[in-house]
Design a protein. Structure first.
Length: 311
C-alpha cells in the first residue's frame, strides 16, 4: 500500500449502502469498496457526508471504518472523517480512528462555527486538540455554509496551517474565486496539499492549482475521473477535457440544486450501474424524484455505464 504522503489524484468520499430499514449494509459496502479500489483512486475517505457520516452513531462509524480497513486497507490508504459536535467527541473519534488504523483524518467543521464573526481561536483550538490526540495527518475542510460549513478567514487559515500535522485542505466553497484566493494564501504560508472538494468544477480546479481531489462525485464513475485527472496531471489537457465533457451531464445531474440531494443521487447511480443493491438514504434525507433519477440515468448512459439488460 502506498502511504498517504502524496495527494496527487482522486480520493473518493465513498457512499455507504443501507438496507431498506436504513441500517448500514456492510456486506454490500465491502463489495462496493472492492469495486471502487479497482477503479484506481489513490485513497478513499469513509464517514464523510457522501457516506452519511453525520447521520451515523459512534458505533456505526467505527464499524464502517473497520470494514473498510479490513476489506481494502492493505491496498489503499483509508482516510476517516472526524466530527464533533464537541471537541471532546472529536478527540475521542480521532483516537479511535488512529487505533483502528486510519491513514489520515478529514476534520469536519462543527455547528459551533456558525455565526459571524468567527474568532480564529475557536477552530484553531478545536483542530489543535484533535492534532494532539493523533499522529496521523490532518486534512482541513473549508465547506460552503449552505452545506453547514465555514469559509476560513485569512487569519484563521494561518493559525490552522501552523499546526504541524496539517497536511492538506479540502476546499469546497463551490466558488472558483474563493478557491484561487485560498491557493494564493497557501503560497504565502507553509505548503500543504490543496484538494478540491468542488464537484461542480473538478478539472478547472486542477487548472487553477489543485494537487488532488477529495470529492463525493468520485464515489461513482470513479475510473473516468481517475483517468481525467491523470491526463491533466501528465499535461495532456486535451484528453482531460474530453473526459470532463463526457462526465459533464452526470456531474450536473448529481450536483444540481438542491445540493443536499447529491447523496441520494449517488446511491441511485450505484444501483443503476449494478454496484450496490439499494439506494436507501437515512432520514431526514429522502429519495429523489423521478426527474432527478432520469437525469442521473442519462448521465450514466452518456458514459456507457448502464449495464446491458440480458434477454
Amino acid at each position: 500500500m502506498v502511504p498517504l504522503t502524496t495527494f496527487a489524484g482522486i480520493i473518493p468520499a465513498v457512499a455507504l449502502p443501507m438496507t431498506p430499514a436504513e441500517e448500514p449494509d456492510l456486506p454490500a459496502f465491502r463489495a462496493y469498496l472492492r469495486w471502487i479500489v479497482d477503479q484506481g483512486p489513490i485513497a478513499i475517505t469513509v464517514n464523510a457526508d457522501t457516506g452519511e457520516g453525520p447521520t451515523l452513531s459512534v458505533e456505526e462509524r467505527r464499524a464502517v471504518l473497520d470494514a473498510a480497513l479490513e476489506e481494502v486497507g492493505d491496498r489503499i490508504p483509508v482516510v476517516d472523517g472526524v466530527a464533533g459536535p464537541s471537541t471532546r467527541a472529536a478527540v475521542a473519534a480521532a483516537r479511535a480512528s488512529t487505533t483502528a488504523g486510519a491513514a489520515g483524518l478529514l476534520v469536519f467543521p462543527v455547528a459551533t462555527y456558525l455565526g459571524e464573526p468567527l474568532p480564529p481561536q475557536v477552530p484553531y483550538a478545536y483542530h489543535a486538540e484533535i492534532a494532539a490526540a493523533t499522529d496521523r495527518p490532518l486534512i482541513l475542510f473549508q465547506l460552503q455554509p449552505a452545506l453547514g460549513g465555514v469559509l476560513f478567514s485569512a487569519e484563521t487559515l494561518a493559525r490552522l496551517i501552523d499546526i504541524p500535522s496539517v497536511a492538506a485542505i479540502k476546499e469546497a466553497s463551490f466558488d472558483a474565486l474563493r478557491f484561487v484566493e485560498l491557493r494564493d494564501a497557501l503560497a504565502d504560508l507553509r505548503p500543504i496539499a490543496l484538494l478540491t472538494g468542488n464537484d461542480n468544477f473538478i478539472l478547472e480546479s486542477f487548472v487553477l492549482g489543485a494537487t488532488g481531489a477529495l470529492i463525493g462525485m468520485s464515489a461513482i464513475a470513479t475510473r473516468e475521473q481517475v483517468e481525467m485527472v491523470a491526463a491533466e496531471l501528465a499535461g495532456d489537457h486535451a484528453t482531460a477535457k474530453e473526459r470532463y465533457e463526457a462526465l459533464g451531464p452526470l456531474i450536473r445531474a448529481v450536483f444540481g440544486a438542491p445540493v443536499r440531494n447529491y447523496r441520494a443521487r449517488v446511491k441511485e447511480a450505484l444501483v443503476m450501474t449494478g454496484v450496490i443493491p439499494e439506494a436507501t438514504v437515512r432520514k431526514p434525507l429522502l429519495a429523489i424524484s423521478a426527474e432527478e433519477r432520469a437525469a442521473v440515468r442519462a448521465g450514466l448512459d452518456r458514459l456507457g455505464l448502464i449495464p446491458a439488460v440480458r434477454a
